[in-house]
Design a binder for this molecule. Structure first.
Ligand SMILES: Cc1ncc(COP(=O)(O)O)c(C=O)c1O
Length: 377
């Protein structure tokens, strides 16, 4: 099988699965227990937290292990708005955020907050001028994703951060679920206040991830209970998942530049190949994340291509895993004004370091065959 759906999820690293088993077998105490077994388990948890803090360049007290990207985004949106509510009532998010930010923001709106959406251009990129125009004295939170999961657009995070800091007291959250491991992400590279990471997108385990804050930022919890994770995320911390998250983060970060260069050369090659078909439009922008190629075939439904490729053991997806089982048009494709001829036909190929040049070559052969059958050439 050739698997080009890594933005939906990645295959867990063998080393990480082994770690999960070992930690479950040897460190299954509750890390909050005061006996020695609990103490040893807690030491392991704290060392995982410290490792993540070192990679992200913050302190370990600002790392909160969660159940993944969705929870971290919800925690950021509700927790930061609540913490800093005295600063104002206005929230800004980009119009192409993941549903875990968009839907949380809609809920804020229902609670009476003033939520506004930063538009994107045809490449899916927000303009600094728009951010400048929309920012207000009472803006409390801005949330902009680093890399878009459907088309791979990269946002000018540092420019956005500069204008936020110059003009307002808003806290800046960045969803780095699709960028971590593909480009450098940390509080020194990105001048943001909060970062969301999901483990299963970086060869870790599903149902795990984290929210990290810059040293100076505080947050309110959204889950109340026993006060674990410094009171920010109650519930017995799943130590095996936290340790595996730390491992996935360390592994992904240690090879990031090398992997990004390889991914870029594979996806450049695929784009060059796809451009040889007159009926194909490349949807991903020129400046894009190295692992995502989104394209559409004129007048052909995306699922027809996906099913035909699947019969040949090539796994790809529609524009996003979240919307791929829904019939409604993706909000991202609408926001970048894809023409009607193409909008139903968007296919996303997404890569990881586990893919090879040989797979790319095989894909080209299969795709040529599949397209000629579909189009009846
Ligand atoms: C950009 C982005 N944010 C958040 C999420 C949600 O992450 P999780 O699946 O860990 O809840 C995803 C998952 O597709 C994503 O692509």
């Amino acid at each position: 099988m050739i698997y080009f759906d890594n933005s939906a999820t990645t295959k867990a690293e063998k080393e990480i699965i082994d770690t999960f088993v070992t930690v479950n077998e040897k460190y299954w105490a509750n890390p909050a227990s005061i006996h020695e077994f609990g103490h040893h388990t807690n030491e392991l948890l704290q060392s995982a937290r410290a490792q993540v803090a070192e990679v992200l360049k913050t302190t370990k007290e600002k790392i909160y292990f969660t159940s993944g990207g969705t929870e971290s985004n919800n925690l950021a949106i509700f927790g930061l708005v609540n913490k800093y509510k005295l600063r104002g009532n206005h929230v800004l998010i980009s119009e192409i955020e993941h549903p875990s930010v968009l839907e949380a923001a809609k809920m804020l709106q229902l609670q009476g907050l003033d939520v506004e959406y930063i538009p994107v251009n045809k490449d899916g990129i927000v303009s600094i001028e728009d951010v400048n125009l929309l920012l207000r004295n009472d803006t409390v939170l801005v949330s902009v994703m680093h890399v878009n999961n459907e088309i791979g657009a990269i946002q000018p995070i540092n420019e956005i951060a500069s204008i936020i800091k110059a003009k307002s007291r808003a806290v800046f959250h960045m969803d780095a679920v699709q960028s971590f491991g593909k480009t450098l992400v940390n509080f020194e590279e990105q001048h943001v206040d909060a970062i969301t990471i999901s483990s299963h997108k970086i060869h870790g385990l599903k149902g795990s991830g984290l929210l990290a804050l810059k040293n100076t930022i505080e947050i309110d919890p959204i889950l109340y209970g026993g006060g674990q994770e410094y009171g920010i995320r109650s519930g017995t911390t799943p130590v095996p998942l936290a340790v595996c998250t730390a491992k996935a983060i360390r592994l992904a970060n240690s090879h990031v530049e090398q992997h990004a260069a390889r991914l870029k050369s594979m996806t450049d090659d695929i784009i060059f190949f796809l451009k040889t078909f007159a009926s194909i439009k490349i949807i991903s922008p020129e400046i894009r994340a190295p692992h995502i190629v989104s394209f559409a075939v004129r007048g052909v439904k995306g699922e027809v291509i996906i099913n035909a490729l699947q019969k040949e053991d090539v796994i790809v997806s529609t524009s996003s895993a979240c919307s791929s089982r829904q019939t409604k048009t993706s909000h991202v494709l609408k926001a970048i004004h894809i023409e009607d001829d193409y909008i139903k036909g968007v296919v996303r190929l997404s890569f990881s370091y586990m893919n090879t040049i040989e797979e790319v070559e095989h894909f080209k052969k299969i795709f040529t065959k599949v397209i000629s059958v579909i189009k009846g050439d």
